[in-house]
Write a protein that binds this ligand. Structure first.
Ligand code: NAP
Length: 464
């Protein structure tokens, strides 16, 4: 029997999800010079790069440069892309077991968390991640409508997604025009009447989830003043003690920016962005089915033990009139057919990236990396170390002889199967045609690209 992982008998790996963690899994495999591996990358969209394309804000083009490294991986002869192919619809676990030695799920966290309060379903109450997908031209969200005719908007949560949404709402047309924001979003934002944006944190400035460059940028907006009251900016004694005991540069920088903003003098710009802390939404209020206000409970900080600082209600309530609410309290993973799922963390059950049963038994051949492994946290680069841990386990298991024994490991067999299930699958060469066409459309308008937001249109360009 020829050794698995040799030229004659390459290891065949399926990667489900073509976002950063999928590409980092590929690059870690490509570094294993002794190993002969064939890597097939699947994505339900015709386009690769996951949230780098559909999540990273359009005015953060430099963050998208990581795709240059991903493109180099994708160009390797032993890497193939099967776009427009969905796990659970076009391919199933039995198919992957029949064609691959190992399967790694890197499909991210495609939905978001609810607040679980009354009024959440009123018109004008939106998910921030839907808004992000919409302005980034994700095809599933292209037809969404967001009411930007309202002057006052509340964003619940103070993570980087909330900051992205606030920035997009506050930036000028001139600033957005030069980005790859979706055309439909650019048109809608052109008519935006938004003037007052509130960012609402349930804990204090020292617990804000945004990172220093993001909060810094909010203080540099050409069209919007940032406003924070001295009360909101104050770090309570408990948080200060925690900061002294466990110094954290990011926390210190965040608090520094917040303090500075609270001391800024007059407000003169067209728009105002107000940062509030120690408030939790308890209800979204409406009239005739439409958001009119958000009810807030004032909080205080308390020590929840184990170095945890939490917020609890003081009993003081406030009604903040707003016409739109974005909830921005985190992405969420969803279960995949046939894969053990931890409902508490909304992640695949795993140990170091090896998929395990509810009882902790490893399921040979199955792995995970990225947000569906560890939850929706960290920046793009966090997925690199995350994928590295998983790929190390995959290599270790290969050496121990732990893997699927596929009946049809040949390249042609899986291609024939996909052709039969989804004739309009997209190869990497096809994606390059879409990419080229988007960039060409962008050149005419001095933009990095003008995205196609319709799958059929993309497939036509790709010649599929
Ligand atoms: P996040 O960083 O987890 O922030 C979620 C925010 O929602 C926190 O402020 C959290 O407060 C709050 N929250 C949670 N449940 C709440 C509730 N029931 N009521 C009120 N507030 C609640 O999530 P995210 O902003 O969606 O970002 C996801 C990940 O992507 C993060 O790692 C982020 O850094 C990353 N990202 C990075 C960038 C960038 O680098 N520019 C851009 C976008 C996203 P608590 O802290 O009190 O729980």
């Amino acid at each position: 029997m020829v050794k698995l992982g040799s030229v004659e008998n390459p290891l065949r790996v399926a990667i489900v999800g073509a976002g950063p963690s999928g590409f980092y899994a590929i690059s870690h495999f490509l570094k294993q010079k002794e190993l002969h591996v064939e890597l097939d990358l699947f994505d339900r969209l015709p386009t690769p790069y996951g949230l780098v394309r559909a999540g990273v804000a359009p005015d953060h083009q430099k963050d998208k440069w990581v795709t240059r490294a991903y493109a180099k991986s994708a160009a390797q002869p032993n890497v193939r892309f099967f776009g427009n192919v969905e796990y659970g619809k076009h391919i199933h676990m039995a198919d992957l077991q029949a064609h691959y030695h190992q399967v790694i799920f890197t499909n991210g966290a495609p939905t978001d968390r609810d607040l679980g309060i009354a009024g959440e379903n009123l018109a004008g109450s939106y998910s921030a991640t839907d808004f992000v997908a919409w302005y980034n031209g994700h095809p599933d969200y292209a037809d969404y409508q967001f009411d930007l005719s309202q002057e006052r908007v509340a964003i619940v949560g103070v993570g980087n997604v909330a900051v992205d949404v606030a920035r997009i709402l506050c930036k000028s047309m001139e600033q957005l025009q030069g980005t790859d924001i979706a055309d439909h979003a650019l048109q809608a934002l052109q008519h935006s009447r938004v003037k007052q944006v509130y960012l609402l944190g349930r804990r204090g400035p020292a617990q804000a989830a945004f990172t220093p460059p993001e909060i810094k940028a909010l203080g540099e907006l050409a069209e919007a003043d940032i406003a924070i009251s001295a009360d909101d900016a104050r770090v309570d004694a408990l948080s200060q003690a925690a900061m002294d005991a466990h110094p954290d540069k990011n926390v210190e920088k965040n608090v520094g920016f917040i303090t500075e903003y609270s001391q800024r003098p007059q407000r003169i710009k067209n728009k105002q962005l107000t940062l509030r802390f120690l408030v939790s939404p308890t209800e979204i209020l409406g009239e005739a089915g439409k958001v009119t206000a958000i009810k807030l409970m004032h909080n205080e900080i308390y020590d929840a033990g184990d170095n945890l600082i939490r917020a609890r209600a003081t009993g003081v309530e406030e009604v903040l009139p707003v016409g739109v609410v974005f909830r921005s309290v985190g992405y969420q993973g969803v279960p995949l057919d046939g894969i053990p799922f931890d409902a508490r963390s909304s992640t695949i059950s795993h140990q170091q990236g090896r998929v395990v049963t509810a009882e902790g038994q490893p399921l040979p051949g199955l792995y995970t990396a990225g947000w569906i492994k560890r939850g929706p946290t960290g920046v793009i680069g966090t997925n690199k170390t995350c994928a590295q841990e998983t790929v190390a386990c995959m290599v270790e298991d290969l050496q121990a002889g732990v893997h699927f024994n596929p009946a049809e490991p040949g390249v042609a067999a899986i291609e024939a199967l996909i052709e039969s299930r989804q004739p309009r699958f997209v190869t990497y060469a096809d994606w390059l045609k879409i990419d080229e066409a988007e960039i060409a459309r962008g050149e005419a308008q001095r933009r990095p690209r003008v995205k196609f937001v319709n799958v059929d249109e993309m497939l036509d360009i790709a010649g599929r």
